[in-house]
Design a protein. Structure first.
Length: 131
């Protein structure tokens, strides 16, 4: 691993702008610490930047396939379902395939048979009934 890709010298960790940027370490700390120690230090000094820093570390060590979400078409998802195998999406924050799902259902002529239930706030019973 090359330290220069993960962090370089700068006057201050707090000098970085924007939450999407990975903070760089001051002085020679970028080269004195290995990647995991650098992540721990960034987590301690700038917690809001630790997720992005961790993503970059995983990308460098394991590869981008462990950071980038897989892309799947609704047609491929539908192909894996049948009358006794419902399609259930378990999503992470910020992911919302609802518009793609509804557009696919409309294109396939199944919009009247498509039911969207967001679990939470007592929706578990509604989901059970639909299943």
């Amino acid at each position: 691993m090359r330290s220069a890709e993960f962090g370089s010298t700068r006057s201050s960790v707090a000098a970085e702008e924007g939450p999407a940027e990975v903070p760089t370490l001051p002085g020679d700390w970028a080269t004195r610490l290995d990647e995991v120690c650098r992540l721990v230090l960034i987590r301690a000094l700038h917690p809001s930047r630790s997720l992005r820093t961790l993503s970059m570390l995983v990308r460098m060590v394991l590869g981008p396939q462990f950071v980038n979400p897989p892309t799947t078409s609704m047609a491929a998802v539908y192909k894996d379902t049948d009358p006794v195998t419902p399609c259930v999406f378990i999503l992470s924050q910020g992911a919302d395939p609802t518009s793609r799902l509804l557009a696919f259902a409309e294109a396939e002529g199944m919009s009247s048979r498509t039911h969207v239930v967001s679990l939470g706030a007592g929706q578990g019973h509604s989901a059970e009934v639909l299943l």
